[in-house]
Ligand binder design. Structure first.
Ligand code: ATP
Length: 730
């Protein structure tokens, strides 16, 4: 139950009369507020204005009634030393007084672990704090539960996709991924369960955080008891405070331990080599302390892990201690990701965590003294005119560099080695990263907003409105996919599609798959398309790898080939040795197994039957190819010459990617992605029959929509062929 006192005091008028001062005024008017669960045994540390620091009041935990554990006292001492702890009264006062507060405090100052708890203890009934990443939500919730000496999943919990460790009634402080909070809003548009919402790491400007901010702005006037805190170490102050109607800014200064930033004197030519050398330098010259280094993606990371493990074996001969090398990237199953928190093995080894920017914000890995930042990351770029979304390696922003440095100096003093010059930091790195909403395709955002009941997309109050071209492209795609109707309203198909946290094409393929009686195969394929490439092709053993791949090949379909690989992996009990003999990436396959399980359960929950024509059915792959086309209906291409194809409508000349198993040059293909490497390629393709195009329920292949040109001629040919086949003349 929400406190009626909150309801009364924080009215709408207050939202309009926000103070712009960073220093909230005193809160005498709240001093009569009853303390929350004040323990009776010993005097509480009442700060005199209603905030009860009750954990000092008794040696029993007020939440469990149990005596506090030894760990509690140890952690309590540490949290009291955090800079935000000194500012807790100021923070609580500001949040009580204002509907929205923007809180800035240095990395490691205690925002994520402490502020939600202060607010809970100050009387808010249900507090939710968002995180951009799953690993952060889980690790922070775990830490806070330890600090409060309660079981995780009870008073304190977390919810991430496919994993809910919270209790519907008892959990009062919950950490969630921003995407999950949006999903909650699907069911409860007003987010009425919560009286306090904290949007953490707001500087990251993920799609979900941006949509949540707009949604919350809509909700605030109709939910007078709702209070919001937007937090980060590196946010663009004015932009945020202005967006939230001149919300006050609270600046919590101070950090726990210093971080010494060291730059290169000269620009680095090969950052991979430079990273490796820096690890070796630290290990050989610098005092004990674990290392966190940032690279751009899975392949680079796994490669670096190999190199460092090799190095570790060689230094052992020189009498140096070993390295314990651990990869960390989002495609790793969460349980593998969490190994970075475990103590080094063997004890005394120096832990080296090799991570993507998954580790850039929020994470505290105990023992990290050194951070190595080469200054690059992969980021998404979308080109609405070609509808191509690509991941490009590009320089990070100054904000990202600060966040990376902030992963050191959390539990001890630290050093951050920036593998670029100080001049490059100042002049070449842009101050902050572009918000995701300006860099990616908006299909999922549109579906999400529609599902949230927001119809007027044009006037939705985005902090940075996306480019009109990108929005139009998204509406068009959703219309052709059948998710929106002519009036831009969500169709029943669109309503189902919005439930899936996947790319819209994959989603439509899944939702349509029971119609083709191949949902078992489609779920497998969706999982395989969601993980990195499973085929390993070392340069020096490429022929051998290609020969092994032949075992799985279905010659007219890369999609069916992927399903075969998955099924063989399951048949061989997920055996890593079998994978290595067959040049397959076992981690990616394990990840696919995990995703498949989750997707299958989603399909079941939505009442979509799991069915298959059977592994021996002659039309098994025909069904799958038709089903792929039903999802990727805007991604077809027709043959023009040699290995060249032309994409329909956009008329880009593309080649079949060299990795494709489809070599017989079918007249039409459907493809999963368009990639730009040494040329324009389409990757993961399947042969389709041209007449299938006209059997899809879409206007995309309506000839009247095509001007004269290669696409129209190809379609006319296909339509003519279809007619002839119907009349039995072809
Ligand atoms: N799992 C943990 N193990 C050890 N110490 C921890 C852990 N989690 C938090 N801490 C301690 O609490 C401090 C505050 O962490 P918290 O995540 O709340 O900071 P923050 O201000 O949110 O940082 P950031 O802006 O980098 O996310 C850390 O610097 C560290 O000293």
């Amino acid at each position: 139950m929400r406190s009626s006192r909150h309801e009364r005091r924080s009215g709408h008028e207050e939202a309009n009369g926000l103070s712009v001062s960073g220093e909230p005024r005193s809160t005498e008017q709240y001093s009569k507020r009853p303390p929350t669960r004040r323990p009776s045994a010993a005097p509480g540390n009442d700060t005199g204005d209603g905030y009860v620091d009750h954990e000092t009041a008794s040696d029993r935990n007020p939440y469990t009634g149990q005596p506090f554990s030894d760990l509690y006292y140890e952690l309590e001492e540490k949290r009291r030393a955090l800079p935000v702890y000194q500012a807790r009264q100021r923070i609580v006062d500001a949040v009580r007084r204002h509907r929205v507060v923007v809180l800035q405090g240095e990395t490691g100052s205690g925002k994520t672990t402490q502020v939600p708890r202060f607010l809970l203890e100050a009387g808010f009934q249900r507090v939710v704090c968002t995180q951009p990443r799953r690993i952060a939500a889980v690790s922070v919730a775990t830490r806070v539960a330890q600090e409060m000496d309660v079981c995780l999943g009870d008073l304190v919990g977390y919810t991430i996709r496919f994993e809910d460790v919270s209790h519907p009634k008892r959990t009062r402080l919950k950490y969630v991924t921003d995407g999950m909070l949006l999903r909650e809003a699907f069911q409860d548009h007003m987010l009425s369960r919560y009286d306090c919402i904290l949007l953490d790491e707001a500087h990251e400007r993920t799609l979900s955080t941006d949509v949540l901010m707009g949604l919350i702005k809509n909700i605030l006037p109709v939910r007078p008891a709702l209070h919001v805190v937007v937090m980060s170490a590196t946010l663009e102050r004015d932009h945020f405070t202005t967006y939230f109607n001149q919300a006050p800014l609270l600046d919590v200064s101070g950090r726990m331990y210093p971080v010494d930033i060291r730059y290169e004197k000269q620009p680095v030519m090969d950052y991979i080599r430079a990273v490796e050398e820096k690890v070796q330098y630290i290990h050989e010259q610098e005092p004990a302390g674990d290392i966190l280094l940032f690279l751009t993606g899975e392949e680079e990371i796994e490669d670096m892990c190999q190199r460092l493990r090799y190095y570790s074996r060689t230094v052992a001969k020189r009498g140096l201690g070993p390295l314990h090398v651990l990869p960390l990237y989002s495609a790793l199953p969460l349980s593998h990701q969490q190994r970075v928190f475990e103590p080094a093995n063997p004890p005394g080894a120096r832990k080296v965590v090799v991570a993507t920017n998954v580790a850039e914000t929020s994470l505290t890995i105990d023992g990290i003294s050194y951070v190595i930042d080469p200054g690059f990351a992969k980021s998404k770029i979308y080109n609405p005119s070609t509808r191509v979304e690509s991941l490009l390696v590009s320089p990070i922003s100054q904000d990202s560099a600060k966040q990376r440095a902030g992963r050191a100096g959390r539990t001890r003093a630290g050093v951050c080695y920036r593998l670029y010059t100080e001049d490059a930091f100042r002049t070449e790195l842009q101050e902050r990263s572009y918000p995701e909403i300006l860099r990616c395709n908006l299909c999922n955002v549109v579906l999400t907003l529609k599902k949230l009941g927001i119809d007027d997309l044009i006037h939705f109050d985005f902090m940075d409105p996306p480019a009109p071209d990108t929005m139009i492209r998204a509406l068009e795609t959703l219309f052709y996919l059948g998710a929106l109707d002519e009036n831009v309203a969500l169709t029943p198909l669109g309503t189902q599609m919005a439930e899936f946290p996947l790319d819209v094409q994959i989603t439509r393929m899944l939702v349509e798959s029971p119609r083709y009686r191949c949902s078992e195969e489609a779920v497998t394929l969706a999982a395989m398309l969601s993980v990195p490439n499973v085929f390993v092709r070392p340069r020096y053993r490429a022929d051998e790898a290609d020969a092994r791949k032949e075992r799985f090949v279905v010659s007219d379909s890369d999609h069916a080939t992927l399903v075969c690989v998955f099924e063989a992996f399951v048949k061989h009990d997920h055996d890593a040795r079998w994978c290595s003999e067959n040049f397959l990436n076992d981690r990616a396959l394990l990840h696919a197994v995990n995703i498949r399980r989750q997707l299958a359960s989603m399909l079941k929950q939505m009442g979509l039957p799991l069915c298959s024509p059977g592994i021996r059915a002659p039309d098994r792959w025909v069904r799958l190819r038709r089903c792929v086309l039903a999802g990727f209906l805007m991604q077809t291409a027709f043959w023009v010459r040699r290995r060249d194809y032309m994409t329909i409508r956009d008329e880009q000349v593309v080649g079949l990617h060299p990795s494709s198993v489809v070599r017989h040059r079918p007249a039409w293909v459907v493809f999963h992605e368009f990639v730009l490497t040494t040329g324009n390629y389409i990757r993961t393709v399947s042969q389709i029959e041209p007449e299938w195009l006209f059997e899809l329920s879409t206007k995309y292949y309506d000839l009247t929509e095509y001007k004269d040109g290669a696409s129209r001629r190809a379609l006319e040919l296909a339509a003519g062929l279809r007619k002839m086949r119907r009349h039995g003349t072809a």
